[in-house]
Design a protein around this ligand. Structure first.
Ligand SMILES: [Zn+2]
Length: 508
């Protein structure tokens, strides 16, 4: 059978109702990892849904207890064809985010797939049940098309606690390094830059949350009697926030800013635009690093956000100096930021501004990861997507959001290639989450193409590595970036994104 026949088989899985039937069952398993009573459902999803499919794929499957007490188990599987062949690790997560049924649109339900036009609604259709179901189905179709061979070795890791930070994932990857070792990770999660633009991302920004607290007194005091005599915690807190991020959204402490954008990153981002689809807010061009393009700000830079702040009772203010004030903040950061030192940086910066009375409480963070866009595996995947779709894929060195990718990129030490099958308007984590059928159709074709091409690479036997490097590793970097074809929410539709005109420096 040929590449195109394998791709057609994968597409037929959707056309014939196979994908919808599988998703209906999987969405109905209420796998909310943040709810303590979900334990049996999390386990059932692995044993009743994923394990039988992997057995059909000829995998040896085992359920592994989570090394973190009380956390959901993992599923590990492998299918070994030959030591000489490339080995791919794929990953997915079967857990979902909690949702309030009452907030879903009329007639829509989180635990039941409802079809409306080209949208399939249901919790997990986009994040991540739909995406790993597509990938496992593409593997099955390629296996059938190659008459019982893949032409590569396959390893699979299913996580049931991704939405609560993947407890135990780093430990599993460190402790079972041999069992999980691979030449490359190819997996799907997150979203494309736009529904119609096939996308590859190579890592993710990291995230660290922190809280600023100013607790000066247990009681509020009358502002007429005490105003001017007592330090106001709300004013102190506002000053602290302003010392960290300026009025144009720029991160101020040098220790919280990333190194300058590498040229390879700048080139990779030049043909991409930020397109949230219909209903997206308008981008503020003078915010967050006005000297950067919008796409550079999301994928190549750090952002410090105030998520919530409070003092007194905003709904019913009284004439009193509040006793305390609090701000919950978040730093999203790219590779090269010394994030493990965030607490010291914040402390020193605030002390330097005379704000010693502001307490800093730093939560657990997630590391940032990124693969060089010129890596041979990236170029190889890019070519595969281009051949299947005829479109120029968007390559994002890292996602703007956060994934547990450090377990693969750092702990296992393999290149990480993510091919997302969702889009910015998919409402993941929100009511009315959905999968777009045209996108799912193309995704099945894309993944069948990728897995077919991996088998072709394996046809070179022991020489596959050399072949990969020779053909894709030494390629001259292209500077002929494709024009952005998406008009919605795009700052410069129809042409490659150039840098915006320089802004006058801020007066402050
Ligand atoms: Zn999610």
């Amino acid at each position: 059978m040929s590449r195109s026949a394998a791709i057609d088989r994968a597409a037929r899985y959707l056309d014939s109702g196979g994908l919808l039937a599988d998703l209906r069952r999987r969405v109905a398993v209420r796998t909310v990892s943040s709810e303590p009573q979900s334990g049996p459902a999390l386990h059932d999803y692995l044993t009743r849904e994923i394990a039988p499919q992997l057995a059909r794929l000829g995998c040896v499957v085992r359920i592994v207890d989570n090394p973190v007490e009380g956390a959901a188990p993992f599923l590990l599987a492998h299918r070994h064809e030959d030591d000489a062949l490339p080995t791919v690790l794929t990953y997915g997560h079967g857990d979902v985010v909690v949702t309030d049924e009452a907030e879903w649109g009329a007639g829509l339900r989180p635990w039941q797939v409802v079809v409306r036009g080209d949208r399939w609604y249901g919790r997990g259709t986009a994040d991540n049940k739909g995406q790993h179901t597509i990938n496992l189905a593409a593997l099955e179709q390629v296996l059938a098309a190659r008459e019982g061979r893949l032409g590569f070795n396959l390893k699979v890791l299913l996580d049931m606690a991704e939405e609560i930070g993947s407890p135990g994932l780093a430990e599993i990857c460190a402790g079972l390094g041999d069992e999980l070792s691979a030449d490359v990770l190819i997996a799907s999660d997150g979203m494309r830059v736009a529904a119609g633009r096939p996308t590859i991302f190579l890592g993710s920004r990291g995230e660290v949350d922190f809280t600023l607290r100013v607790h000066l007194r247990d009681e509020p005091y009358h502002s007429g009697n005490w105003g001017g005599l007592l330090r106001n915690p709300a004013t102190v807190l506002a000053t602290a926030v302003a010392a960290l991020v300026d009025g144009r959204g720029r991160v101020l402490p040098a220790g919280l800013r990333p190194p300058a954008l590498p040229d390879s990153l700048r080139r990779a981002l030049a043909g991409i635009c930020v397109d949230g689809g219909p209903g997206s807010p308008e981008i503020d061009m003078d915010w967050g690093g006005p000297e950067l393009t919008p796409v550079e700000r999301v994928f190549g830079w750090n952002t410090l956000e105030v998520l919530a702040l409070g003092a007194g009772t905003p709904e019913a203010p009284t004439s009193a100096i509040p006793g305390r004030a609090v701000a919950h903040c978040q730093l999203r950061f790219v590779v090269g930021t010394d994030w493990s030192n965030v607490e010291n940086v914040l402390r020193e910066h605030l002390d330097g501004h005379g704000l010693t009375m502001v307490d800093v409480d730093v939560g657990q963070g997630v590391a940032a990861t990124r693969v060089d866009p010129d890596n041979a595996w990236v170029r190889w995947t890019e070519a595969s997507l281009r051949e299947t779709t005829g479109a120029e894929p968007a390559i994002l060195p890292n996602l703007g959001g956060t994934l547990p990718n450090a377990a693969f990129a750092d702990t296992l030490g393999i290149p990480t290639i993510w091919v997302p099958h969702s889009y910015p308007g998919c409402a993941q984590h929100a009511p009315d989450e959905h999968l777009l059928t045209p996108l799912a159709h193309e995704a099945l074709q894309i993944m069948a193409g990728v897995f077919w091409d991996l088998g072709d690479l394996g046809a070179h036997g022991n020489a596959w590595r050399e072949r990969l490097e020779r053909q894709w590793g030494s390629k001259d970097m292209r500077d002929d970036r494709t024009a952005c074809t998406s008009a919605v929410g795009c700052v410069s539709p129809g042409r490659p994104h150039s840098r915006p005109p320089a802004q006058a420096p801020s007066a402050s």
